[in-house]
Design a protein around this ligand. Structure first.
Ligand SMILES: NC(=O)c1ccc[n+]([C@@H]2O[C@H](COP(=O)([O-])OP(=O)(O)OC[C@H]3O[C@@H](n4cnc5c(N)ncnc54)[C@H](O)[C@@H]3O)[C@@H](O)[C@H]2O)c1
Length: 257
């Protein structure tokens, strides 16, 4: 039996990067996974790669997390295919750069719409499914940027800090309501996915650009998607049954400084 055998996991932003890695690792440990993404073709490719190893373990759904009607149909389709939903991973997100002097209001709104509002809309709509499939687990992907600030990350800092605190509110509501549904946030540092490519390019690209990012991290390397994936496996499984309203820093030590 795998660590998450029997779990029915809905993952947003599952086409590439962290979401795709979570899909692979969860399916390797026995879960069924619904990979949703605004990039529907990418989600299909990832699901196909998972199904090659574990036939029937993965489905793909085209889904823009900012759209309420798309959440409704994606949740319905996933629940139908998997026989319910017991784990929700709010992973889709964008990273943006800009200071209080340079950031546009449009970019501020977009960052909050994709990184925060979507979690409100989606988690509210997912609650009935999670209540029907307890024990449940909600895993919200924040960032170290939700805990420590950077002058050039105004919108992203604000959005990811909101994800951190709203996760605790969701967790407390579920606990006080007597639901066996946990909610926690995960805070990765720079991790090797396409989202960090612009940051590496900003630092001069290639090894040089990577070195500049790594300099700030006590463990002296970028995170790998699997480093975050092991935390997700724990939070999706019943191994974390007494853990709620917590934050998990997968950060090579950066937030301790
Ligand atoms: N990689 C890192 O260094 C890092 C660090 C901290 C936090 N994070 C967070 O991890 C999460 C995953 O990021 P990643 O590194 O895999 O990045 P990524 O860019 O590789 O993947 C993000 C995925 O989200 C999808 N997406 C974007 N907008 C969407 C929308 N409106 N609806 C549905 N899907 C949408 C993209 O198509 C993409 O597949 C994000 O929330 C990000 O903020 C990443």
């Amino acid at each position: 039996m795998g660590r998450v055998a029997g779990k029915k996991v809905f993952i947003t932003g599952g086409a590439q990067g962290l979401g795709a890695c979570f899909g692979h690792m969860l399916a390797d440990e026995g879960a069924k996974v619904a990979l949703t993404d605004i990039n529907g073709e990418g989600a299909k490719k990832t699901a196909a790669a998972i199904n090659e190893k574990h036939p029937g373990a993965a489905i793909a759904i085209a889904h823009d997390v900012t759209k309420k009607d798309q959440w409704e149909s994606a949740l319905g389709e996933a629940a139908e295919a998997m026989g319910g939903i017991s784990v929700l991973i709010n992973n889709a997100g964008i990273g943006t750069a800009g200071s209080i002097e340079t950031e546009s209001y449009e970019n501020w709104r977009l960052t909050h719409e994709i990184d925060v509002d979507s979690i409100f809309i989606g988690t509210q709509l997912a609650m009935p499914y999670l209540k029907d499939n307890q024990p449940g687990s909600i895993i919200n992907i924040s960032s170290v940027a939700g805990l420590i600030a950077d002058g050039m990350m105004l919108s992203y800092n604000s959005a990811k800090a909101a994800v951190w605190m709203m996760s605790k509110s969701i967790a407390l509501h579920c606990a006080r309501s007597g639901y066996d549904i946990r909610c926690n946030s995960v805070h990765p540092v720079f991790t090797r996915t396409p989202i960090v490519d612009p940051l590496i390019a900003l630092g001069g690209g290639g090894e040089e650009g990577e070195k500049k990012l790594v300099r700030q991290i006590p463990l002296k390397r970028l995170g790998e998607p699997e480093d975050v994936g092991y935390c997700i496996l724990y939070l999706a499984s019943d191994e974390s049954r007494f853990v709620t309203a917590s934050e998990f820093k997968i950060d090579g030590g950066i937030t301790a400084q």
